[in-house]
Design a protein around this ligand. Structure first.
Ligand code: PMT
Length: 414
């Protein structure tokens, strides 16, 4: 969900090959109606010309504090910004920012900015892993700057590893989150291992058909996006998804059916500090999966006999009770409810909470264009301490942050 108010956004561009991807980040904010000023470093202009940044932002571009001196641009741009996004943030730029240099317009603006600052790093793996860079990133995070984990994959040369610029859409979404709530990305989940199920399961009928549901995975991936930016070590076990994004710095495991999801979650629960079941899991599966495509025939459709899938969430809570997974593991469930003659959404959510026995339950109104596949979400957060908190309609990313706010104090930090 984009913020309707026109905000002032500075996009800083460091001197790396990924500088061309900054164009998509700029586009993300101009398309949302924001006023975007681009401040490249001199090295960034070796990769992308000033004319490109000027055309995309509609403003002149400068790298130095000695242009527009009468407007005191080196102070004013940072002071007036509502958000600063630096993409790509090179090792050199992180170092200069961490040591408080003001040797060009971008670093000077970083010193005068009082708004949220988001860095999206891009560099070679060795540079990202170097103790100097780790220290610089830690320094910036300690000061409240949000430094995204980089993506992993193909780098500039033949090598691949951690250090790719996060997907520009992901940078845009985290920036949107900071515009909605400047406090939404504290670095408070460092070291926490979080396993999140997301998307829908598919229960095969034959080689071409399945029973499925409308989950897009957007809510589960939003949790992953925010948790990773808050420092967690995140694994997403994902069924079918659509338009859920590509959060940087996470491990992604693909499954299809509820049985496969069950196997993965039970295995990964042994190493997790937090388990979040955001996936829409089929309660039933066909008893028989045909080897060949089922024919239409002449007698009309044959009935499909179903059997019950394991209740993964309840099973994980029971395993924790038996001591098979650590007692300190925090378990979070979702309840997708429509309400019916027997009660409203919240009534059914409360009943599900006591049946499942998890620590937190997000009660999600679904159906009629709600929750499944949408960009925003709403509901209630129930806790085993007996609290019930309304979650107003907002972006799935901001809702994810609210859920993680409730979860963070439950983590065993001993
Ligand atoms: O993916 P999106 O398009 O963004 O939509 C998000 C969502 C609506 C799918 C998500 O917010 C949500 O509500 N997920 C839970 C969907 C669901 O399966 O709800 P349920 O009420 O049927 O199940 C309750 C809980 O038990 C859930 O945590 C579910 O993951 C879990 N479950 C359900 C069945 C089963 N056999 N095993 C389970 O573990």
């Amino acid at each position: 969900m984009t913020t309707p108010v026109r905000k002032r956004i500075l996009v800083g561009v460091g001197g790396g090959i990924a500088a061309y991807k900054a164009c998509s980040v700029i586009r993300h904010y101009t398309e949302a109606g924001h006023d975007v000023r681009v401040i490249p470093t001199a090295a960034a202009l070796e990769f992308v010309g000033a004319a490109t940044f000027e055309a995309l932002s509609g403003h002149p571009v400068s790298t130095t504090v000695f242009d527009n001196v009468d407007e005191v641009a080196h102070v004013r741009l940072g002071q007036e910004a509502d958000l600063v996004v630096v993409a790509p943030a090179t090792a050199d730029l992180l170092a200069r920012a961490a040591s408080g240099r003001a040797d060009d317009l971008l670093t000077a603006s970083l010193l005068t900015a009082r708004c949220p600052v988001l860095f999206a790093p891009a560099m070679h793996t060795e540079m990202w892993e170097h103790p100097a860079t780790r220290d610089n990133v830690a320094t910036l995070r300690r000061r409240g700057v949000v430094v995204m984990p980089p993506d992993s994959g193909r780098l500039t040369g033949r090598d691949s590893g951690a250090g790719r610029l996060p997907d520009p859409t992901e940078i845009g979404l985290l920036g949107d989150l900071l515009l909605d709530d400047p406090e939404a990305l504290p670095f408070d989940l460092s070291g926490a291992r979080i396993v999140i199920s997301a998307g829908g399961t598919r229960e095969p009928l034959d080689p071409v058909r399945y029973l499925g549901n409308h989950s897009s995975g957007k809510q589960g991936f939003a949790l992953a996006r925010v948790a990773a930016a808050r420092g967690a070590d995140v694994t997403v076990v994902a069924g079918s998804t659509s338009g859920a994004g590509n959060p940087a710095g996470i491990e992604l495991v693909s499954i299809a059916s509820a049985t496969e999801l069950s196997d993965e979650m039970n295995k990964r629960a042994l190493e997790a500090d937090v388990i979040i079941m955001a996936a829409a899991v089929a309660d039933f599966r066909p008893v028989v999966v045909a080897d060949a495509k089922i024919k239409k025939g002449t007698a009309g459709p044959a009935p499909i006999e179903l059997e019950t899938n394991p209740d993964i969430l309840a099973g994980l809570v029971a395993a924790r009770g038996r001591g098979e997974i650590p007692a300190s593991t925090v378990i979070v469930g979702f309840a997708a409810e429509t309400g019916d003659d027997n009660g409203g959404v919240l009534d059914h959510g409360r009943a599900k909470f006591s049946r499942k026995g998890c620590d937190l339950l997000v009660v999600n109104p679904v159906g009629s264009g709600k929750a499944f596949g949408t960009e925003d979400n709403t509901g209630w957060l129930l806790s085993s301490a007996g609290t019930e908190t309304a979650l107003p309609l907002t972006s799935k990313t901001l809702l994810a942050s609210r859920i993680l706010d409730a979860l963070a104090p439950l983590l065993d930090r001993s």
